[in-house]
Design a protein around this ligand. Structure first.
Ligand code: ATP
Ligand code: MG
Length: 419
């Protein structure tokens, strides 16, 4: 049997209504906050991701799906949405447009990770990017959008953690202090963290291994190395969050995995998700546009994982617009006529379906029940001869004769009076 690739999932018809609800909610809130949809390619040159995410990040070191194009160019399936959006922003010279440049995107991302619940190799993100605004209110705006949309989906047990990562200079000042401390507790750190001391020491603070957390409890704090401008920006973000009533927790251990972040970094977790409890995350990335060849444009954004939202979405989502009419034909000629009537119904906007076999009354009624239709149109060869059909109301069981010519208008009128 052929099987899907490990860590890659099918969404079956019973799953897609739930997904559509999430997608529609996300897009609706984004539009409401002035973000407009952008669609960027699923694959880009490997250089784009290596240069934007940072060479020593988990993603670039071990998670990218990278392959050679026929001419030898190295290409990569996008592991996240910011790099491509920034590339498009620069390529289309959007910095020259005086209108706010606020984008949202939704689509599949690819990372070679160990598959488990809420962690896949092809997964989906919804994200937003706000370009050109250094005002801390832009940070508050994206956090607020994230919080409102997750709350609207009634996700249970949400927590917003936030931290100030300062500027690159602040972190450069802090790193040697941290490295000196980490070298003193080396024996107690996991293998990953040992490696990170050299490559990306701040990430050690973010390690989920309990022993690593204990070992770094007394580590020097980045907050104590921050410049006054970095502090001021962050204070304004916190004030803004309070003013619009968004609850947050200061978390000095929160370090984003991607190198391009500065100042505000945040993450939303859900207590009902087990080990993979991060729903979404983001932050400010003022240096990235310039780093990728554009002008210096400040930016802030977030991305949420749709699989994790789908796992937590509490309510059952009903199937939308299922066929409401079933055409049941008896006899070969009736099936032919029924097929034409079926097409007329659909063209008139009546959701309808048909079993193309000339089945028995019992078999047709069983199928109509399975489909949960409101009406069944019965069609036998003698009815075909008269140019009429029998319409059965499946709830009241009442039946009536109707000329073919009246069928679609009658059904359309009756269905439009129903919810
Ligand atoms: P994690 O710490 O869970 O690996 P991350 O820091 O790698 O998350 P981001 O790159 O910030 O995650 O992506 C934002 C969101 O995308 C995450 O909070 C999560 O909901 C989702 N996400 C990330 N990787 C995966 C994956 N492999 N499968 C499903 N969802 C994912
Ligand atoms: Mg990850």
């Amino acid at each position: 049997m052929m099987k899907a690739i490990k860590g890659v999932k099918d969404l079956l018809p019973e799953d897609t209504p739930r997904w559509r609800l999430i997608e529609e909610t996300a897009r609706r809130w984004a539009l409401c906050y002035g973000f407009q949809e952008i669609r960027v390619p699923i694959f880009e040159t490997t250089t784009l991701f290596a240069r934007s995410l940072g060479a020593t990040t988990d993603i670039v070191e071990k998670e990218m799906y990278t392959f050679a194009d026929r001419d030898g160019t190295s290409l990569t399936l996008r592991p996240e949405g910011t790099a491509g959006t920034v590339r498009a922003f620069i390529e289309h010279n959007r910095a020259a447009d005086p209108r706010p440049q606020k984008y949202c995107y939704l689509g599949p991302m690819f990372r070679h990770e160990r598959p488990q619940a809420g962690r896949l190799r092809q997964f989906h993100q919804f994200g937003v990017e706000s370009f050109g605004i250094s005002d801390p209110r832009a940070d508050v705006e994206v956090i607020s959008l994230l919080w409102r949309l997750l709350s609207d989906l009634t996700l249970p047990g949400l927590t917003l953690d936030i931290n100030n990562l300062g500027y690159a200079e602040d972190r450069a000042r802090y790193a040697p202090l941290l490295v000196a401390f980490l070298k003193g507790v080396e024996r107690r750190l996991c293998g990953n963290c040992l490696r990170r001391i050299e490559t990306n020491p701040l990430r050690v603070l973010d390690c989920k291994v309990p022993e690593c957390r204990l070992a770094t409890d007394a580590a020097p704090r980045l907050a104590d190395s921050l410049s006054s401008t970095a502090r001021e920006h962050f204070d304004h973000v916190l004030t803004g969050l309070r003013s619009v009533g968004i609850p947050f927790h200061l978390n000095h251990r929160l370090v984003r995995g991607l190198d391009y972040y500065c100042l505000t970094a945040f993450e939303v977790t859900c207590s009902h998700l087990g080990a993979q409890n991060a729903v979404g995350a983001g932050g400010r990335y003022d240096g990235l546009v310039e780093q990728l060849g554009g002008t210096a444009v400040p930016a802030v954004g977030f991305a949420v994982g749709l699989e994790r939202i789908a796992l937590m979405l509490p309510q059952e989502v009903p199937l939308p617009t299922i066929p409401r009419v079933y055409v049941a034909a008896f006899g070969v000629q009736a099936v032919d006529v029924g097929f034409v009537l079926l097409d007329e119904l659909r063209r008139a906007g009546v959701p309808a379906d048909m079993d193309f076999r000339a089945a028995s009354l019992k078999a047709h009624l069983r199928q109509a029940d399975r489909l949960g239709v409101l009406y069944t149109v019965f069609l036998g060869d003698d009815e075909v001869a008269k140019g009429s059909a029998t319409l059965r109301n499946m709830q009241t069981k009442e039946q009536e004769g109707l000329a073919f010519s009246e069928l679609s208008s009658t059904l359309l009128a009756r269905l439009s009076h129903r919810p």
